[in-house]
Design a protein around this ligand. Sequence first.
Ligand code: SF4
Length: 349
Amino acid sequence: MKKTFSEEIIGWYLENKRDLPWRNITDPYRIWVSEVILQQTRVAQGYDYYLRFIEKFPTVSDLAAAAEDEVLKCWQGLGYYSRARNMHAAAKSMNGVFPTTYEDVLALKGVGDYTAAAICSFAYKMPYPAIDGNVYRVLSRCFGIDDPIDTAAGKRIFKELSQELIDINQPDIYNQGMMEFGALHCTPKSPHCSICPFSSHCIALDEGTIDLLPVKKSRVKVRNRYFNYFYIEIDKKFTFLNKRIDKDIWMNLYEFPLIETKKNNSLQEIVTNVSWKEWFEGISNVNIAPVVENIKHVLSHQIIHTNFYKVTLPHAEDTLSRFLLVNLDDLEKYPVSRLMHEFIDKFLE
Ligand code: SF4
């Protein structure tokens, strides 16, 4: 008898799955942590973060009780920091008890359809299909679906198909199998079609459209930004940090005083900037020198062109009192972006 789609996927998964620390567990908190870490993050990178996070915050109550700076510090380098902020806020809203219905899981801050389905199917064996980028790719190719995956109509088509395909008796294994199949076998480039269980009926293989699927309607435009950071060293002992509080990248992380410009300015241009004047004009003995220039820090939708300058001052001047005066020995305690971390690591250690 011909195997069904879900039987093929489950059979493939049981033979090929990777042994990962968040597999074969039913604790919804740990599943949630792993799923949030793995959004926008490769397994190889997320692996250690997951272990560290669970060690530091073993239960949802531990996470809820932590300070946000601690949570962000643990997340440092993973990017997309709103994931950590949302998770922390959601943990606080739970009163120590992880929700047990799909609707309540979906209502948690930062949890969307995908994460709610993953948590509910893995932890509670509820038959909700978890549809991530891997699943979109497998289904679009296997079933030859060219509806865009980033439109409501397209998403509905994939959701309906997934609901038909899921094995309702083992939704956890089916969902994990689909994701793993996409991650390891039906990969974006060079999928393993010659040894694929679906090769005899995969529409994309038959029609030669593998490279065209899945279809996305919008391509997000990349924005160029120009950051000029000032590492201000006071008496070789202190420096200043600023907490980013605006709704922007790296919200609630710390950084050196920053002047953002519309283009890559020279130092001569920077010292005419209004912020520079507010901070330093009138102060004698301001010593400034570039440490590293034109670093290109690439995020998903932004390229941050960055210059780091070192400013040496004998005293912490009043004009800088808006910033946090930090002992250089304590610098490591503050959660910072990867860009800041790399600078500190390379030039200040
Ligand atoms: S035949 Fe190739 S494109 Fe089709 S599902 Fe298998 S690996 Fe993916």
